[in-house]
Design a protein around this ligand. Structure first.
Ligand code: GLU
Length: 619
């Protein structure tokens, strides 16, 4: 089977037909228009270049929530002409997953989130893996010990367990009672020198007002109140303090110490992270104060919830980013989707490329948690597919750019079709033997129906009749009520469907070498005229003249166009929605089109539908 198709022949302006209205629709790129910057976007830029960071722990893979954190930080850095850093917080070696780090790099790169400083690219504040900076954290913990802002805690795990049990019975938080804060410095140094196991704790100031901070999203945040009040209520003699551990007994830092030391040494200006960290921030501020450092600005963003307002779980869609990739979702659909989770903008369209996201970035994050609905992801996917199709109409099959529709959609669809497990009844496709003809068919189809592209499986299902003809049973089950709509009574005649099938035979007159969308369209217009002529023959008995006659003719023309398109859609694809009929015919080729028209005629003969049901409009 020879397909008379070439990519180069395609027009750059793709059109689709709306199956229900038969009208020609011109696909346009999404309506996003870079306009005036919002006040929030302007404000962000006025603050000067920002240095932001994404600081994942390699204890899991990138999922929607962590991708959003990375993206928000990335956008703020890019929008302000600053730098985006990637820092691997791998101090909790026990929970580290062996391939998590590599996967993080791959997934971030796939999403188009490249880092200016970090693993593999380096930078002047490296190394960017915390496990390679442990000496630095020990030095900083020592500094706090020397200044009296921290102390060694020699309490055994057993004592801490008993203490915690007691606290829990009294309904008190699992804070520390500061027993070791009273160990004199010399004794503490001695015991440490003799190798006694200990941790280093930060001494949180009793005066908590200095730890109040203004979060860029949530406003003023007060640290957790002291527990003295609760103790009184319980009549307990226990005094508790929220003194976090900075250095563990194995000499490794905790998240708190490493995070603060690195944010300071790496000159981070804005920390954008999940709201689960908001309660840690006062501890971090206590550390900034103890070191005498200026803290960065903090913006905490709400959690992502499912429709039942539960934290997103794997079951409800918080799957790894690579799973989205495997499902055929485009990187820009994913980044566009996550950017909209808890960020408000006034650009007029939600459909934004990465470039659009950067140009409109602001820190207008919404307060509170965000309920995630995945319908939006598929909506965005279709819109991005249409956007790519309208700008890459002539893209060659072997082009490389990662945002090309060929790479993102055509190749995956082809790969799926060529799998041995693809239904063997895809007879039309299977009979195409030359790989380049298969490529042509799939590429043209993807570009023609891009506005409906979600993923390869769904796309193949939607356009199944491009791979196999509709069966006689399907055609029989889908015969529509063929109508010449809204033709006034005096001009109606009884039509046999044979008139329509006869008119459609005209298509066979198109020479093989000019079987293309354009010529087919011209023929379709001729076919409509043939129908109009038959109907207007009856006008002799009518009353209309002049302008009225012209108006009538237009009506009749519309009716015939409707009928012919209705017939062709049924005959060719059993009335399934998809690319407009002339594109469908071009893609199927002349031979297959004629074959399907004959098969449809046979079905009609079997079901004995003889006349067109007339729909009379009173005039
Ligand atoms: N390592 C922390 C995490 O995995 C970083 C939190 C922060 O951004 O400070 O979420």
């Amino acid at each position: 089977m020879k397909l008379l198709l070439t990519v180069a022949r395609r027009r750059s302006n793709l059109r689709w037909i709306c199956h229900s209205c038969h009208g020609i629709k011109h696909a346009t790129a999404p309506s996003y228009q870079a306009g005036k910057l919002s006040q929030a976007s302007q404000q962000l830029r006025e603050g000067g270049p920002a240095r932001t960071r994404f600081a994942p722990s390699p204890t899991g893979y990138l999922h929607l929530g962590s991708l959003r954190t990375a993206l928000f930080n990335f956008l703020v850095a890019k929008a302000t002409g600053g730098q985006f850093l990637l820092r691997i917080e791998d101090t909790d070696q026990k929970r580290t997953i062996p391939d998590a780090e590599e996967r993080l790099y791959e997934d971030l790169k796939w999403a188009g989130i490249d880092w200016d400083e970090g693993p593999s690219v380096g930078g002047q504040y490296g190394p960017y893996k915390q496990s390679e900076r442990t000496a630095l954290y020990r030095d900083h913990a020592e500094k706090l010990l020397d200044s009296g802002s921290a102390y060694r805690c020699f309490c055994t795990p057993e004592r801490l367990r008993i203490l915690a049990e007691y606290q829990s019975k009294l309904g008190l938080p699992a804070d520390y009672d500061r027993t070791c804060a009273h160990v004199p410095k010399e004794e503490s140094d001695d015991r440490a020198a003799q190798g006694e196991a200990h941790v280093i704790r930060l001494k949180i100031p009793d005066e908590k007002n200095s730890l109040v901070f203004r979060d860029l999203v949530y406003g003023f945040i007060r640290p957790k109140s002291t527990v003295k009040r609760d103790q009184k209520a319980q009549g307990s003699a226990l005094t508790l303090f929220d003194d976090p551990i900075l250095l563990k007994s194995d000499g490794f830092p905790t998240y708190h110490l490493a995070n603060v030391v690195d944010d300071h040494l790496m000159k981070i200006t804005h920390v954008i992270r999940g709201s689960e960290w908001i309660s840690s921030t006062p501890k971090h501020l206590a550390m900034y104060q103890a070191f005498g450092w200026e803290p960065p600005a903090f913006a905490h963003v709400g959690l992502l919830l499912d429709k039942n307002r539960q934290k997103l779980s794997k079951r409800t869609g918080s799957i790894d980013i690579s799973d989205w990739q495997n499902k055929g979702v485009f990187p820009e659909s994913v980044t566009n989707f996550v950017a909209l989770l808890g960020w408000s903008h006034n650009t007029g369209s939600d459909v934004m490329s990465m470039e659009d996201l950067i140009s409109n970035a602001s820190m207008k994050y919404t307060r509170g948690d965000t309920v995630v609905g995945f319908e939006k992801l598929w909506f965005l996917q279709k819109r991005h597919a249409a956007r790519y199709a309208s700008t890459q109409a002539e893209s060659p099959y072997d082009q490389i750019p990662s945002h090309s529709l060929v790479q993102l959609a055509v190749k995956p669809v082809l790969a799926l079709l060529n799998q041995p497990s693809t239904p063997s009844d895809f007879s039309f496709y299977r009979n195409i033997t030359r790989p380049e003809d298969r490529q042509n068919l799939v590429q043209l189809l993807v570009f023609a129906d891009a506005q409906n592209y979600t993923n390869p499986t769904e796309f193949i299902r939607r356009n199944a009749y491009f791979f196999t003809p509709p069966s006689a049973e399907t055609l029989t089950a889908t015969v529509p009520a063929f109508k010449l709509r809204k033709v006034p009574a005096p001009y109606l005649d009884k039509f046999s469907l044979a008139t329509v099938t006869g008119i459609c035979q005209t298509l066979v007159n198109i020479p093989d070498h000019s079987w293309d969308e354009h010529t087919i369209r011209t023929y379709l217009a001729k076919m409509v005229s043939m129908g109009v002529e038959i109907t207007m023959k009856n006008s002799e008995g009518g009353v209309e003249t002049g302008k009225k006659m012209e108006a009538l003719k237009l009506k009749v023309e519309k009716s015939w166009a409707g009928l012919i398109y209705q017939y062709l859609r049924w005959a060719l694809v059993a009335t399934k929605p998809g690319p407009e009929s002339q594109v469908t015919m071009e893609l199927l080729g002349k031979m297959e089109t004629s074959r399907r028209l004959s098969a449809a005629e046979e079905v009609l003969n079997q079901v004995k539908i003889e006349s067109i049901v007339e729909e009379i409009e009173k005039v």
